[in-house]
Write a protein that binds this ligand. Sequence first.
Ligand code: ADP
Ligand code: MG
Ligand code: ZN
Length: 502
Amino acid sequence: MTVIDLESYEDALATYDPVMGLEVHVELGTRTKMFCGCSTELKQDANSQTCPVCLGLPGALPVVNEIGVESAIKIGLALNCEIAEWCRFARKNYFYPDMPKNFQTSQYDEPIAFDGYLDVQLEDGEIFRVQIERAHMEEDTGKSTHVGGATGRIHGASHSLLDYNRAGIPLIEIVTKPIEGAGARAPEVAKAYVAELRELIKALGVSEARMEMGQMRCDVNLSLRPNGTETFGTRSETKNVNSLRSVERAARFEIQRHAAVLNSGGTIVQETRHFHEEDGSTTAGRIKDNAEDYRYFPEPDLVPVAPSRDWVEELRKGLPELPRLRRKRLKEEWGVNEHDMQSILNAGAVDLIVATTDAGAPSDQARKWWMGELARNANETGRSLDELPVTPAQVARVAELVAAGDLNDKLARQVLEGVLAGEGDPDTVVEKRGLKVVSDEGALGTAVDEAIAANAAIADKIRGGKVAAAGALVGAVMKATRGQADAARVRELILEKLGVEG
Ligand code: ADP
Ligand code: MG
Ligand code: ZN
């Protein structure tokens, strides 16, 4: 493996100004493919979800998926884009075995959406506006599996297998204008942009946008120019980066690599690069000079797409609250600070907390359990919060039992533990484990009397006015009742029996 020279990040930024371009592919969650009625369900036998259209057989005629167009318009609107009144598909011609038509149906100079922007929030709360060049519709390719080589790559393979189930699945490609002015924060902006875009896509309900499943992938274009200059440098294009963290790392690595090349008097070649998860590096792919020519031409087999203004306006009206504004609203409603809101976001707890409050819990209770006990369990067991076997309704029920005085915090934690262990609903766990707060005044009174008798010296102090000493007696009662007493009530009883005012 060749060693790649890197400049230190600080030195690179002291000399150069990074310019980025992000191309994000989103696989739509439509039931059928973009130009035929084949199912998009991938968990099927290879090549079972295919037909003459997506196999590119001669004479087969494609038909546009209306939901695909609708999704593209929704994405365009949410990105503040203009929506074309009339646009066409285009053939992007090239040969590759995973694309049986020998061209990809895409859009070229007539994208369905163009000239928009997306505001993204950086970690310190600053808003950075990313300009959008266009969002266009296209289709995915099939999947090749190279067999016989050591690495799963084509080199050294004895043969390749092709599965066309993915061929023709609708994709929306969203391309930014060159992102300038981010300086040292360019990698952070790249990550925040992809994160915000992913939230947006999910909120629109057009895709689950799961990066780890390839439903959303990002190409990171990056170039450097000397500080204070205007002309863009030559860019590299790191392909198919498929996690938020990797987007940030890829941008960072390329800044350091470009700087090292430029500082040593070398030139950057315009090429694609592969990103390596293991060490965050990139290596050269194919040279991509501007002579690259796909011989695009308008697709003659598909009618132009001309969305009526009425339809577009109807879709605009139906747009959900945008994620950034929703977060802002929730932050205010919950009365949390920026830092806590960020933790809630990072924990993936926003929707769970909302669902828990929708199920009747006060928001502070919902936050407390999801960000406390449940987050700890998720951490310990290496799961995300939404993978825990507990529902927002169950958490709301626990909160309700606490509010009613049936459970104290300690018991509530045990109830959640039982739910997570698969012992059933909160009420079932309470029943099975016998976790009710002892509210039987007679039993509590006896426990308090016993504690006073066993701790005469402390009791005397309290009688003498040292109310703070009551804590020790409360502790004794709680211990005697195995934590099942209501501590506030126990304290009241102790003070009452010793004849002092709380
Ligand atoms: P291609 O098809 O070659 O990938 P695109 O126009 O689809 O070209 O995407 C190129 C992306 O890179 C866009 O986001 C664009 O804004 C950005 N870009 C173009 N030139 C540069 C440059 N010199 N440095 C950084 N980014 C660039
Ligand atoms: Mg590209
Ligand atoms: Zn098909």
